[in-house]
Write a protein that binds this ligand. Structure first.
Ligand code: AOS
Ligand code: ZN
Ligand code: ZN
Length: 384
């Protein structure tokens, strides 16, 4: 059993986001850190460190235009030379003045064309980098009742999604992300999984839903959404993070490790623990150092996964069939309450990694090296 679990954990792939290595903050203050990358090439180098020490983070998500370069194949080659690949391409139709009233749902057709042009450019970048996944998040929505026609906005969204869908090549897909609120306050055009799901179902198999764990109302049963989407073949992946209040983008598994376990259990139970559900991190490290922040997050996902894999499926099914409420719950909690850190340490050692990735990174001297080397130029920041 432990051998199977270790083998499954060895196969896990967790994608880190390029923007996690850049400076970030709140609308009140960005606290710049020394040694932060100055361009996408340096972001790839930092991501490679996370993979080097954990062994399970072989891809990096790009965000366009934050990671805009002249030569995408060269960026992909650079990443490959460092031991990592390009993961999902994240589009950005929320930072241009013209998107004040929306991007693909904007009442002005010229603005809609501009937004669509960007999304198509992102598919071009997928072609050039070998990425197979486009991640679509729209900040579109309205602030006041009556501000725009809610129904017409859905039509405009569907129209744009169809064009992007038709442009996807063989082996490419897009993931549609939903978010309850923000930046729009009254109405968001893709506010929940149901909306994202309905659009994806209409489009076909290359359109799937991505669950950003921070994008729900407090108390939402996210694992139910996961179970449902998996059952329908529509769960494309996760943007993992933690929230206390809203879209806080804190380290995954930090605020509510039990929730992360429950989510991972449904992933395992629903057969989503394979290649097609992408485990991506979508986090910002505002006050903690970035590379170890990502390493910690990867380890948190691994721990939740190990616990999910430990659930005794036979004993659970038997207790459930007998209507043994307390027995079933005990089987579930036994797995959650198991300390899986020794198992993970063992698994890492068996693959030639240091059993303690955090300590290994600290000892590596990489943090001091980038502080010394990365002088001059402009540090990358969230949004630039
Ligand atoms: C925004 O709230 C979403 O989480 C998106 O995934 C976004 O593109 C990403 O967080 C980068 O800002
Ligand atoms: Zn996200
Ligand atoms: Zn978010």
């Amino acid at each position: 059993m432990t051998t199977d679990i270790k083998a499954a954990l060895r196969r896990q792939r967790i994608e880190t986001p390029s923007w996690a290595y850049a400076n970030s903050g709140t609308r009140f203050k960005v606290f710049a850190q020394k040694g932060v990358p100055r361009d996408p090439y340096e972001k790839m180098a930092d991501a490679a460190q996370v993979h080097h020490h954990t062994g399970v983070a072989p891809t990096v998500a790009l965000h366009i235009p934050w990671d805009k370069v002249d030569d995408y194949p060269a960026l992909a080659r650079h990443a490959r030379d460092l031991g990592v690949g390009i993961g999902a391409i994240n589009s950005n139709v929320f930072q241009d003045d013209r998107y004040m009233l929306g991007s693909v749902t904007n009442p002005d057709p010229a603005v809609r064309r501009k937004a669509l042009g960007h999304l198509l450019e992102c598919v071009d970048i997928m072609d050039q980098t070998g990425s197979d996944t486009l991640k679509l998040w729209f900040s579109d929505g309205t602030n006041y009742p009556g501000q725009d026609d809610v129904r017409a906005r859905q039509d405009r969204l569907a129209e744009a999604l169809q064009v992007v869908y038709d442009r996807l090549g063989e082996g490419q897909r897009f993931l549609l992300e939903y978010k309850l609120f923000e930046p729009a306050f009254y109405m968001t055009d893709v506010p929940d999984w149901g909306t994202a799901y309905a659009h994806c179902v209409r489009l076909g198999p290359k359109a799937q839903v991505v669950v950003d764990t921070g994008h729900h109302a407090p108390g939402t049963n996210i694992e139910f959404i996961v179970a449902f989407l998996l059952r329908e073949g529509k769960l494309g992946g996760f943007d993992f993070n933690s929230r206390f209040y809203a879209d806080d983008d804190l380290m995954v598994g930090a605020a509510d490790p039990f929730q992360l376990f429950r989510i991972m259990y449904e992933v395992v139970r629903g057969g989503g623990y394979g290649d097609h559900v992408a485990f991506m991190l979508d986090q910002c490290h505002n006050i903690e150092p970035k590379i170890p922040g990502q390493i910690r997050s990867v380890m948190n996902v691994q721990e939740a996964t190990a616990k999910a894999l430990l659930v005794d499926a036979g004993a659970l099914a038997a207790a459930q069939a007998e209507g043994d409420v307390l027995g079933a719950n005990a089987v579930f909690m036994d797995a959650y309450n198991t300390d899986v850190r020794p198992l993970l340490a063992e698994m890492r050692a068996e693959t030639g990694l240091d059993p303690d990735p955090m300590a290994a990174y600290r000892r590596s001297g990489y943090a001091d090296k980038i502080v010394a080397e990365r002088v001059g130029g402009t540090q990358a920041g969230w949004g630039a």
